[in-house]
Design a protein around this ligand. Structure first.
Ligand code: PLP
Length: 446
């Protein structure tokens, strides 16, 4: 008989007593296969990480072959897949001459990015500027970086010398601008003002998600290039947290690439799609000019499993799969389609106040209180952030019963399926969403 985990595992981001979930025993493409013989279409790539779908044959083969050759060797020794993955990442990102520090996931990639930025900038306790409504992980420094009400309750960001600035949240622009690009420019200006107030000599880095994040902000196009300008002018490192946005999620290998070479950050952090989530792995990629500053110094950081060969072999196979199967372009094409579908839903369901994203397979639907269809959205949130409204929870439960899994965050529905999802599956998921939005959010009769 199968063993249940409900009473033995401490589940993350859950009320333990309420945790209920089916057991997954396998996967194929964008589908998860369940113990009871059923299957679920995964519209969120699990934690926005299984970009290559589930049980991609290429990943399985690479992990199997590496396990037969060499499972583990520490950083005190060389390992072929580690070397191969590092050079592939440097080449793909145009960071030639730079270096890669491998971690186990996203939070520790961000932690180590801060340590490296502080060492290389000669500002060993320098401030780091991050953003409200961001998420950078759940270890302590990563929590301090996250402008996330769930994690801010548990840490004192000031104790980590982390400061937050308002996000370029164009739908509810904190700078009072009605124009998205202007909101983005003002967001970058707020960073400039904060650096100037602290003094550039006291700021080690600005660490931000370049385009989109799981807290549902999608930066206007103007934001990242402006941020690059203001940090470069002030000699402050810009670190792109690409943990979620890379590997096709935002239609490029790395989301900043949409803005061209001039928008290249000084460092970037990766995880999730780096191995298609088949094995845990994160990375800090640092540019040549940063690497040069620490080349002859002791690097006081490390993890037993830095650059684990099994994970790196999975990473090499994942990068080959993205390239050879044309998945980055596919994400761009299907993302545009998904965005158009979501806009069609918006025209039919006044509860959808905003649709954003769509550069790749990442589209956010923000739900607001009912507004008459002909007078536009009220913008009034359906529930105070970060609560999830009961009707949205009910919608997600009904979707699950119908065989489709959707991710939510507060008032947001995040559509982020694996890049291998079939067009028919995507269309079916949208049709189901249409039905369920009508069921759970029927406009009240006037
Ligand atoms: N950074 C971003 C942008 C993320 O979305 C996440 C996870 O969702 C993290 C960092 C943390 O990554 P991990 O959960 O692998 O520690």
């Amino acid at each position: 008989m199968a063993i249940e985990e409900r009473h033995s595992v401490l589940h993350s981001w859950s009320v333990q007593a309420d945790w209920r979930a089916p057991t997954v025993v396998g996967g194929r493409g964008a589908r998860l296969l369940l113990a009871d013989g059923g299957s679920i279409l995964d519209m969120s790539s699990l934690a926005e990480c299984s970009n290559l779908g589930h049980q991609h044959p290429r990943l399985i083969e690479a992990i199997r072959a590496q396990a037969e050759r060499l499972c583990y060797v520490s950083n005190a020794w060389g390992a072929q897949p580690r070397a191969e993955l590092a050079s592939m990442l440097l080449e793909r990102s145009g960071f030639e001459g730079g270096r890669v520090f491998f971690t186990l996931g996203g939070a520790d990639a961000n932690e180590n990015a801060v340590k490296i930025a502080r060492q290389a900038s000669r500002k060993p306790r320098g401030a780091v500027i991050a953003r409200d409504r961001s998420y950078h992980g759940a270890t302590h420094l990563a929590m301090a970086l996250s402008g996330d009400s769930r994690t801010q309750q548990q840490v004192d960001a000031a104790a980590f010398n982390v400061q937050h600035v308002p996000p370029p949240y164009a739908y509810r622009c904190p700078f009072g601008s009605a124009n998205a690009d202007e909101c983005g420019e003002r967001g970058a200006h707020a960073v400039a003002e904060r650096i100037d107030a602290l003094g550039a000599d006291a700021v080690a880095a600005v660490l931000m998600e370049p385009n989109a994040g799981t807290n549902g902000i999608v930066a206007p196009d103007s934001y990242w290039p402006a941020l690059r300008r203001v940090t470069a002018e002030r000699g402050v490192y810009l670190v792109a947290d690409e943990v979620m946005s890379a590997f096709g999620r935002c239609g490029e290998w790395f989301a900043w690439q949409r803005h061209g070479d001039d928008a290249r950050p000084d460092m970037m952090t990766l995880a999730k799609g780096l191995t298609g989530a088949a094995v845990p792995l994160g990375a800090v990629v640092i540019a040549q000019h940063v690497a040069a500053r620490i080349e002859h110094e002791m690097l006081y950081t490390g993890l037993t499993y830095c650059g684990h060969p099994l994970a790196c072999a999975a990473g090499v196979a994942a990068l080959q799969a993205y390239a050879e199967e044309g998945l980055i372009e596919r994400s761009r094409r299907l993302g545009a389609q998904l965005f158009a579908d979501a806009q069609r839903l918006q025209s039919r369901h006044p509860v959808i106040g905003d649709v954003r994203g769509g550069h790749g397979l990442f589209v956010v639907l923000e739900l607001v209180q009912d507004a008459p269809a002909d007078s536009g959205s009220t913008h009034a949130p359906l529930a105070p952030w970060p609560q999830t409204p009961p009707a949205l929870k009910a919608l997600v439960d009904d979707a699950m019963a119908a065989g489709v899994s959707f991710a939510t965050r507060g008032n947001l529905l995040l559509l982020a399926p694996p890049l291998v999802i079939e067009e028919r599956e995507l269309a079916d998921a949208i049709a189901l969403l249409d039905t369920l939005l009508a069921r759970h959010f029927a406009p009240s009769p006037v």
